[in-house]
Design a protein around this ligand. Sequence first.
Ligand SMILES: [Zn+2]
Length: 397
Amino acid sequence: MIITGQYVITRPGEVVPDGAICIDGEHIAAVGKRDDIIRQFPSKSVLERHGCLVTPALVNAHCHLELEFCENKVQYRGNFVEWLQEVRNLKHDMMVLPGYFPERSVKAVLSSGTTTLCDHYTMQMDFEAIRQAGLRYYGFRELFEFNNHHPNMKRLRDATICSYAVHSSYTTSAEVAQAALAIAREKGVPISMHLSEMQQEIEFIRSSNSDIEQLLRRAGAWDDDWHGTGMTPVQYFDSLELLAPDVFCVHLNYITTEDIEILAARGVTHVYCPRSHAFFMHPDHPLAKMRDAGIHSCLGTDSYGSNVDLNILEEAKLAWVEFPQFPAEEILAMMTENSLRPLKLEGELGKLEKGYRADVAVWEGCEGESFEDLMRWLVRQKTANLVMCNGRIVHEG
Ligand SMILES: [Zn+2]
């Protein structure tokens, strides 16, 4: 199949006017000018998309699909730990059961041009249905085991469909976190972790925090031997050798200059969730300082517990308002290639190029000609006209 477009963005900074891509099975066979591609592949059917922008499909690097039930139900009253407890209570009250298929969320992700999703989960969902819907799904099983100092490796190995999420520095013990990373490495997959998300966490890891202690006590996970470390969460996790290029560090809202040096030296990938960040009213994010230090950041939506939808373009739009100095290339990279190294998908996704996977999004009614103008238009879109994952149409608007 050939898809044509008024403009084809093939990678950050590169636009082909009157372009087309030719798809052969799950991969891209060629990208170029429309007339050349049609001439080169005369037997292929042509999907003409006049007036459309064709781009690589996007990546959402942090989500919690299972929190679909939180939509319009959870408020933030200024205390993060209370919010977390409310989400946990609500999950219990709503009786969300294993086998659950968050269909509306999956459709929302796909319709926003996203085909690859990094998702924290706590219970067995209908993972087969999620994949059947056409999402390249990376499930990170959340570990909330602060007082477990002797993880059962067999149980841990069997506990996930893909990898692990160290829920946080204040809810996962050092031993469980290290075991999860070791198993993930055997499997060749990254791990994901919320880190340095909020002020209570900083206090708790340094010395103590009564809100977090209560949360852990209620969850039956309090550790009587915990006395704090005198360190920041980043220093603490670094001392446990948990920070590495195969790790997604989500949030990093409260970090010091020294933390930034550590994160850069370890080569972690950072995930920024701008609308979730705004929901919790955190102070300005140190994203620009991190970028200056050479840290790769990508974007995530987080969940319906702290966001109104799962459209990654809305995250890009807000990030660009907050960091207007970022070039358009960086904004696209944060939704595509910046998250691919830990997933080992570099050279396969994030660009429209011969040999890459046919993950494509088509957007109707584009405005502008330059890469920057097209990106300024793209971040204002809600729904793609057509989305393909591995050469299969997974959304058509
Ligand atoms: Zn999260």
